[in-house]
Design a binder for this molecule. Structure first.
Ligand code: ADP
Length: 478
């Protein structure tokens, strides 16, 4: 175990304190490496470095920004196998999924390299004679990025790339359990030609480093992806000081299966959406809402399909689902399985840990036949645990789909154009899928939700410009 991951502040690598293990959830005896944590004073230094670098970077040329982002994207793409392997070992996603995520991170940097050259503006005629009106977009300033562990390359990429493309400077705080992926991104960014202080990485805890970042008066904007309780607490804190925020929080995403659906396709959508990436996606289908007429058949097919799913080390070929990412998350998942039993839900599959050659956090994909009021059907679990709910008909299924505090993604499997069209219009979610898993989105179009799932402007694609810029209206009289 020779790898040590450190922070990057004002163009310098900062070792940080201690030797915290960067665990491999598939093999707890063999950590991926270790990392040191920085403190509140280092975090303040990072914000101040970003603030000092801002005036120059805000006026850097679009070409300079495009070149930096293109360099980063090209290197990530060229090294996607190696970076994917690191991701698979650190977070537990299967190797094909991990390599896919690395490739996506590279493509996102490439996309925003292009966007840096297309920063939009408008020129309008004034209502007054002899006056011109120009509407331009300027950087919002120093952007704090607080990221989760479930997409340790892609989520930082879709926050860092637009921040830099639109002329902002960045302090990036990754989740504690994925320092290696964060360090790998920082390593590439440190060689991309950025002036000192434009990009900073701070490794450390949420309550220490995260809080020091959010509380710093020089921070202009905060983009957060993580759990709903943390996000809502940060939202209140941000409101007190009128910080511009973008929050992506939890989901309790429904997948509706109607009686007229192609059931083979519906089962694949459900298995992919609920269990791939170990169910650790905010867009995971954690509520499978099935029309009465096909409920028993669907449940039986799910049981048969889940019996064939292979749980194990994500580096091993043929493994479909890797481990739960951490001991803390495994405890949460097991507690929800207990809650499912306590609420009287019927266990249809899984429900227990799985043995592997190495000691790890392996959990069988778990399916309960549940009631809409059960905790497992209402609260976000963030693990391979799904609730199967029975619906009388389409209207009942739609009502159940919308009966949640969350509103990230909603899916439907149907061959009815009428129901698909109605569902797209009436599902209370930021994203809707028809005959597709709820998880799995394109990188060039907006991502985000409604209700308790999201707050603030959308992420990704051209819509990212809303959060990462502020609008100026200029009037000129010749
Ligand atoms: P999870 O429980 O899945 O780790 P969290 O919402 O707690 O989800 O974490 C998401 C990110 O928010 C992580 O980078 C974490 O360190 C950070 N974080 C957690 N608590 C706080 C906090 N009080 N202030 C700032 N950041 C925090």
């Amino acid at each position: 175990m020779s790898r040590r991951f450190s922070s990057y502040i004002a163009g310098q690598w900062i070792e940080g304190e201690g030797g915290h293990a960067d665990e491999n959830p598939s093999d707890l005896a063999t950590p991926v490496g270790e990392y040191g944590v920085v403190d509140a004073a280092h975090t303040a230094q990072a914000v101040e470095a970003a603030a000092a670098a801002l005036p120059k970077w805000a006026f850097s040329t679009p070409q300079q920004r495009a070149d930096v982002l293109d360099f980063v994207g090209s290197e990530i793409l060229a090294r996607k196998e190696e970076l994917g392997r690191l991701l698979a070992m650190e977070e537990g996603k299967t190797l094909p999924e991990s390599i896919g995520e690395a490739a996506r991170a590279g493509q996102i940097f490439k996309f925003f390299a292009g966007e840096a050259l297309r920063i939009p503006g408008e020129k309008l005629a004034s209502t007054r004679p002899g006056v011109d009106v120009e509407i331009t977009r300027e950087p919002v300033g120093v952007v704090g990025i607080i990221a989760p562990w479930n997409f340790p390359l892609a989520i930082p990429a879709w926050k860092i790339a637009p921040a830099l493309a639109y002329g902002n400077t960045v302090v990036f705080k990754p989740a504690e359990i994925v320092p290696g992926c964060a360090w790998a991104l920082a390593d590439i960014l440190s060689r991309a030609g950025l002036p000192e202080g434009v990009f900073n990485l701070v490794l450390g805890g949420g309550r220490t480093v995260g809080q020091a970042l959010v509380a710093h008066p020089r921070l202009d904007a905060l983009t957060f992806t993580g759990s709903a309780p943390t996000g809502h607490a940060l939202l209140r804190q941000a409101a007190e000081r009128a910080l511009k925020v973008q929050m992506e929080m939890g989901g309790k995403n429904p997948l509706v299966v109607l009686a007229d659906a192609d059931l083979d396709k519906a089962v694949e959508c459900a298995v992919n959406g609920a269990y791939f990436s170990t169910g650790q996606r905010c867009t995971a289908s954690s509520r499978l809402i099935v029309e009465n007429a096909v409920y028993d058949e669907f449940a039986a097919r799910m049981q048969a399909r889940l019996a064939k799913v292979r749980v194990g080390d994500p580096l091993e070929p043929g493994v479909d689902i890797g481990p739960v990412a951490s001991g803390a998350q495994l405890d949460t998942d097991l507690a929800y399985i207990e809650a499912g039993h306590a609420d009287g839900a019927e266990l249809l599959a899984g429900g227990e840990q799985v043995e592997w050659k190495t000691p790890g956090h392996f959990l069988a994909p778990t399916l309960f036949a549940a009631k809409p009021s059960d905790r497992i059907a209402r609260e976000e679990i963030f693990g391979p645990v799904a609730a199967l709910l029975r619906a009388d008909d389409y209207e009942h299924a739609l009502a159940l789909a919308n009966d949640t505090e969350f509103g990230l993604c909603a899916g439907i499997c149907t061959n009815s154009l009428k129901h698909a069209t109605h569902f797209k219009r009436n599902a209370q979610a930021g994203m809707v899928m028809v005959n597709l898993p709820t998880a799995g989105v394109d990188p060039h179009v907006p991502f985000g939700g409604r209700k308790a799932s999201s707050y603030g402007p959308r992420e990704q694609g051209r819509y990212a410009v809303e959060f990462y810029t502020t609008v100026k209206t200029a009037y000129t009289s010749a």
